[in-house]
Design a protein around this ligand. Structure first.
Ligand code: ACM
Ligand code: ZN
Length: 523
């Protein structure tokens, strides 16, 4: 009877806390540590100060208090404290979290590992109102690349909003932020050498109202916005403090009407083409024949790599119809001079030249799967969006891949089948359950699997103009995705729902608007 009662208590406690994404090991013991605004965070290593401070500030929002004290004194505190330490026997992003009579100890292989341990601790504090059960957690991610994308071209989001977006993805242990900065509807990054890019290229005269596939109605209101280099450096620093690398995307040769409006000589005909006011794919792309296009791209990238320390630079490459190139003497001359067989090979020539430039500056290139079409270098990394097909083919050839298939990871898609109560979206149908079913390793053998660097969701914003709407497309689907990214080999559909329920408490705490469909049992 007594034994049953104890098991009953332990069972109740175990059900009370859950961690997203699913940890490798989570064992609950009897007893609890009270964590409150008076709890001190003690640094066993001074390099953990900013990581600790972020937690101290974030959890103070839950307590509605001043930030918790962060101390580097190794003197044993009289009250139970949260101790943060590095442990070189762990992998960089791995952590262990121990709560017992001595306090809480989080050890990470690096500051990133400690940061992830603190995210788990934050979840438990919010779930238990600060009465964290004694427990042992051991955890590490499946994928080295765990990405979330944001399109700020179709609609612009302020620096403060981008930082909040970074806060949200950090809470899901994401480590890459793919920042889509240039497109047909606006160029959003200051380039000092070409001030016209933001002066002219960041503003469209008006915006389509309704769906791109059917509407011809416009709002008559100019729309613009861009980030200065100073603001971008601030975003990069903010993300880095949260152990997130910002990967900038500069689109070429298509999705480039922001640039073409600013600098008409980038096109095949030199003709002025305005920043686009519609959504979709336009035939207006950069000329790949003229040498001036290459000079432009290298000059832009020279400034981009000074702002973004990321190993990877994303060069776009998607949805570039090659019709203009067929009629352009410069493009045809280039095809002849370089012995290329087709316009597709001309795009590959452009991409390979840009990759060479990036390599010469110590960076790696990543691009959308269309860059496979005219042949690709062995060193290019492929972002597979037209389903997984491009990614599977690339992995079989030995190219590294990030999987972002529109079948499972396009978070601009509708979340319910009936669309009832949903705002206008691009189309598609992607409920939480379908995100969770995504298998990044489908059709790959063990050797080929090694080329899957990771997984990312994409969030295009043609139909998303407000931040609350944006976060309701991201959440809670991102929570389900974080299990795919971090815990691919231990996903468990049975524990998903209770863990998703717990994540709502975190979203509510920070006022992050999320979609309710999953919680209402709608799909
Ligand atoms: C894409 O969705 N065009 C990459
Ligand atoms: Zn041309």
């Amino acid at each position: 009877m007594a034994l049953l009662a104890i098991q009953g208590i332990a069972g109740a406690l175990a059900a009370e806390v859950s961690i997203m994404p699913q940890p490798v090991k989570l064992e609950i013991a009897e007893g609890e540590m009270v964590i409150n605004p008076k709890t001190t965070i003690i640094l066993m290593d001074n390099s953990l100060r900013s990581t600790a401070q972020i937690f101290a500030d974030d959890i103070a929002v839950f307590f509605d208090s001043k930030p918790l004290k962060v101390s580097s004194s190794h003197r044993k505190a009289t009250d139970k404290s949260i101790y943060l330490a590095l442990n070189k026997s762990l992998a960089a992003e791995e952590y262990s979290l121990l709560v017992n009579t001595n306090g809480t100890l989080i050890e990470g292989g690096s500051a990133a590992g400690v940061f992830y341990g603190l995210q788990s601790l934050r979840q438990m504090i919010i779930q238990t109102d600060g009465k964290v059960p004694y427990c042992t957690i051991e955890d590490k991610p499946t994928f080295a690349y765990r990405g979330v994308h944001l399109d700020v071209c179709r609609h612009f989001f302020t620096v403060e909003e981008v930082k909040e977006y970074i806060d949200i993805i950090a809470a899901h242990k994401i480590n890459r932020f793919h920042f889509h900065l240039t497109d047909d509807q606006g160029w959003r990054i200051e380039i000092k050498r070409y001030p016209e890019l933001t002066k002219v290229g960041s503003v469209r005269t008006e915006t389509l109202v309704g769906h791109g596939g059917s509407s011809n109605e416009y709002d008559g209101t100019p729309y613009g916005g861009y980030y200065t280099q100073k603001q971008l450096r601030d975003i990069v620093k903010y993300a880095a403090e949260r152990h997130i690398t910002v990967i900038p995307e500069i689109e070429m040769p298509g999705h480039a009407r922001g640039a073409l409006a600013a600098l008409p000589w980038l096109g095949c005909t030199d003709e002025y083409i305005p920043v686009w006011t519609r959504w979709g794919v336009t035939p207006e792309i950069m000329c790949a024949g003229k040498e001036t296009t290459y000079e432009f791209l290298e000059n832009v990238l020279a400034e981009v790599i000074e702002i973004f320390p990321s190993e990877y630079i994303h060069i776009g490459g998607d949805e570039a119809p090659r019709n203009r190139w067929k009629e352009c003497p410069h493009c045809q001359e280039r095809i002849k001079a370089e012995g290329l067989a087709s316009e597709a090979e001309l795009q590959s020539y452009l991409v390979a030249r840009i990759e060479k430039y990036l390599h010469a500056h110590g960076r790696k290139m990543i691009g959308w799967d269309e860059i496979l079409e005219g042949g690709v270098t062995p060193t290019a990394t492929i972002m597979s969006w037209q389903g997984a097909r491009g990614g599977i083919n690339a992995a079989k050839k030995g190219n590294y891949v990030v999987m972002t298939p529109n079948s499972h990871l396009y978070f601009d898609f509708y979340q319910t089948e009936t669309k009832e109560g949903e705002p206008l979206a691009i189309g598609g149908y992607l409920p939480v359950e379908k995100v969770y079913q995504y298998n990044p390793y489908r059709k790959l053998n063990d050797e080929e699997k090694k080329y899957i660097l990771g997984v990312q969701c994409n969030l295009w914003t043609e139909y998303i103009g407000e931040f609350d709407h944006l976060t309701s497309m991201l959440l809670p689907r991102l929570a389900a995705l974080s299990d795919v990214q971090w815990a691919e080999n231990r996903r468990n559909e049975e524990t998903l729902r209770p863990r998703m329920e717990q994540m709502r408490k975190l979203y509510d705490c920070y006022g992050w608007n999320y979609a309710k469909f999953y919680y209402e049992g709608r799909k």
